[in-house]
Design a protein around this ligand. Structure first.
Ligand SMILES: CC(C)(COP(=O)(O)OP(=O)(O)OC[C@H]1O[C@@H](n2cnc3c(N)ncnc32)[C@H](O)[C@@H]1OP(=O)(O)O)[C@@H](O)C(=O)NCCC(=O)NCCS
Length: 455
């Protein structure tokens, strides 16, 4: 919405408030237990309901001992290769890793030199948006939420594609590679439009450079002077690698499976995945972490006083602080228990970066919160499997040290995860063969229809 317009559109009128009371009906909690509903598609012990098979990645968070789940340190494998080894591999060779990771996830093999070069060339070529797309679509109705603009841009690209609905594998692959190439451009331009039209700042539209990596292009497109350091680009590249894929059951990837199983087109499936990722319990958590820390800093006077920090964390859990959602953002995971391997990798680099940027005190605060939050969540919630910092705990802090705007935190997740969604969409189309359609048990008793005068 334009800033100064009286915004009737967003008003919740007293009439609506009254009607909302009729919607406020909760199903008896006991019925969920009675019918053994797998809430959140999870069993009581936290294990996910088996909904499919995947060849793309594997998450290890526990081992089974005598049919009992025993939590262990988290592990993540892309196409069978430990992400620790992937990260070590490209860092040791002083290369960017995101393009290699995308190739691995899409095609199941690590690329040889010439294959990687060809793939990077393809991404470079596909970073071109259709003529006037920026003017007609991105600049026309800027939103203050870049995930919203990104989803809208993806849906609109359908109209520019002469073969949009063809779900044969080569065509879907072509669309996926184009979207992987375009996500950085669409996200950063969405931010530039917002920054200009909503915040009155100067408008910068740099053209993508086909010679640059994905991470470098993001910084090049974003910064007015297009400048960045090698360390900045490498850290961003690593964050992209770690966000690229996470199994079939995470909310946005499962959304991709569900929507793809209906036979719909690539743009619709990916827009749905974006809408899922936006949620604060999923990809939207990284911005929530930074906002939560801003609130913590405003409310905790002495950052070295653990008792004061603990009290604030308890307030978060009791829905008395920050967004009153009862959550400590950046902590916990639907699958991981003792540790999230992605968070462990990021945290190593975060310490190094915080020293370079003179943010050691802030780093210490993050480390203290990480330690205390584990304890307070364990005390106040029923956690069967343990709780630890997830990838979002440190990613937002890294992005803030890189001077990236909050508005781009979740799109950065999307720029990486589009790779995983693409691989899973193709896997669903090749193997699914059936529309995904679980059951909901109806618990409302039958009633007579009454004529309107008799109600
Ligand atoms: C990711 C998340 C949704 C997983 O939830 P989950 O699958 O229900 O996880 P668990 O089974 O371990 O949770 C058990 C209980 O602990 C609670 N819990 C887990 N993480 C929590 C957190 N960070 N803050 C407060 N409570 C939390 C859950 O809400 C649940 O409580 P309930 O039984 O009263 O519903 C949850 O940890 C969360 O909301 N975290 C904060 C948001 C976040 O960082 N998301 C990014 C994920 S990468």
């Amino acid at each position: 919405m334009v800033k100064d317009m009286p915004n009737k559109f967003s008003e919740v009128t007293p009439e609506i408030k009254e009607l909302a009371k009729k919607c406020n009906k909760k199903i008896d909690e006991e019925l969920f237990a009675k019918y053994d509903v797998k809430r959140g598609l999870r069993k009581r012990n936290g294990e996910g309901v088996l909904a499919g098979l995947t060849d793309i990645s594997m998450i290890n968070a526990y081992t089974m001992v005598d049919r009992e789940i025993v939590p262990c340190e988290g592990k993540l494998y892309y196409r069978g290769i430990d992400i620790e080894d992937i990260v070590k591999g490209f860092i040791e060779e002083d290369r960017f890793g995101f393009e290699e990771t995308a190739y691995l996830l899409l095609f199941g093999e690590l690329p040889k030199k010439d294959q990687l070069k060809q793939f990077e060339g393809m991404l470079g070529e596909y970073r071109q948006l259709p003529t006037n797309f920026v003017r007609d679509i991105i600049m026309k109705a800027p939103s203050r939420d870049m995930m919203n603009t990104l989803a809208r841009s993806v849906l609109t690209l359908f109209s520019y594609d002469d073969n949009a609905s063809d779900i044969s594998l080569p065509n879907v692959l072509r669309q996926c590679i184009q979207l992987i190439a375009l996500f950085p451009v669409l996200s950063v331009y969405a931010y530039q439009a917002y920054n200009h039209y909503e915040r009155g700042e100067s408008l910068f539209i740099h053209l993508p450079d086909p010679e640059l990596s994905t991470a470098e292009n993001i910084l090049h497109l974003l910064r007015p002077d297009s400048k960045y350091t090698k360390l900045e680009a490498k850290l961003l590249d690593m964050a992209l690698v770690l966000h690229a894929e996470h199994g079939g059951g995470n909310n946005s990837t499962f959304t991709t499976h569900v929507v793809s199983s209906s036979g719909t087109d690539t743009y619709s499936a990916i827009a749905a995945a974006l809408c899922s990722l936006k949620g604060p319990k999923h990809g939207g958590a990284n911005i929530k972490v930074v906002q939560m820390f801003d609130d913590l800093k405003a409310n905790v006077k002495d950052w070295s006083n653990e008792e004061e920090i603990r009290e604030y964390l308890l307030k978060l859990l009791n829905k008395e602080a920050f967004d009153k959602a009862g959550l400590i953002y950046g902590m916990g995971h639907a699958v991981y228990s003792l540790s999230d391997p992605r968070s462990k990798i990021l945290s190593r680099f975060v310490k190094q970066l915080s020293e370079e940027k003179g943010k050691e005190e802030e780093y210490q605060l993050y480390a203290t919160v990480e330690r205390l939050a584990k304890q307070v969540i364990g005390e106040k919630r029923k956690i069967y499997k343990g709780v630890s910092a997830n990838i979002d705990f440190y990613s937002g802090f890294i992005y803030s040290m890189l001077g990236l705007p909050h508005q781009l935190y979740t799109p950065l997740f999307a720029i990486a995860r589009i790779v995983g969604w693409s691989a899973h969409r193709m896997e669903e189309l090749m193997n699914g063969n059936r529309i995904i359609r679980p059951a909901y048990k109806a618990v409302a008793p039958h009633r007579e229809y009454t004529q309107i005068d008799e109600r």
